[in-house]
Design a protein around this ligand. Sequence first.
Ligand code: MN
Length: 247
Amino acid sequence: MRILVSNDDGVHSPGLHTLARVAQRFGDVRVVAPDVEQSAMSHAITVRRPLHYTQTRIEGIEAYRVDGTPADCVALGAHHWDKVDLVLTGINLGLNIGHNIWHSGTVAAAKQASFLGIPAVAFSAPVDEAGAEPDFSALEPYVAEVIETFLATPRMPLLNANFPLEPKGLRWTRMSVRHYEGLVIPGEDPMGRRHYWFAERPRERVEPDTDRWAIEQGYGSLTPLRLDLTDGDRLAQVLDERPDPEA
Ligand code: MN
C-alpha cells in the first residue's frame, strides 16, 4: 500500500514525524509537506506561480518539501507517485474540531486527496501552551487504531481524527457547529505602527456527540466528512415550497 503523508505545520513538524512513523507499519510511506508552516491556509492552492520541491529525508523516510500550500503538496505528491492508496495528514499541532475544520490546512490536505478520489484521514492533537517540543508518542497506538478502523471501513472517503493528549478511547462524532464572535484586537508594534490580532469567542455551549464534546470528555474523536456542502434538508424544503426560485 502506498501512503502519502502531509501536513500544514511544515516538513519539520514533530507531529508529521510521528504520523509518518506509524504509517510505515501499513505500507510504503512518502512525505510531501510544505517547507514552512501553512496553518490556517485552508484549501488554498497556488495558481499564479510554479511550485518547486526539494528531496529530503524524515526519519529515514523519502520526503519532499514543497514551496506551496498543504493542498498543493497532496496534489503534487499524488501526481508524482502513481496510485497512492491512502493519504494521511497531521498530526496537526492543535485541534481541528468544530469551525476550525473550515480554517485548517491539515484537513484541507485530506480534502484534496478526497477530490482526487484517494481516501484520507486528517489527524490533530492539542499542544502544550508552554511552547515545548510536542511529544505525541503516547498517541501512536491511537493513530494506528484509527488507520486500522479507517481501512476496515472502505466506503468512508474522508475522516477527521482528533485526540486529547491522553485519550480514554475513541468515539464517532459529528462536527460541532458553534457560532463565534470574531474579535479584532488592536495593538501597536515596537515602531508605533497599528496592528490587529484576530481572535474568537464561542457563543454557544458544546453539543453532545460532537467532536468538541468527545475531546472535552477525554476521548479521541472520529468525524466522517464529505465534500458536498449542500444543505439537503433546506434544499428539499425549498424544492417543496418554492420549486422555481424566480416564481
Ligand atoms: Mn497546523
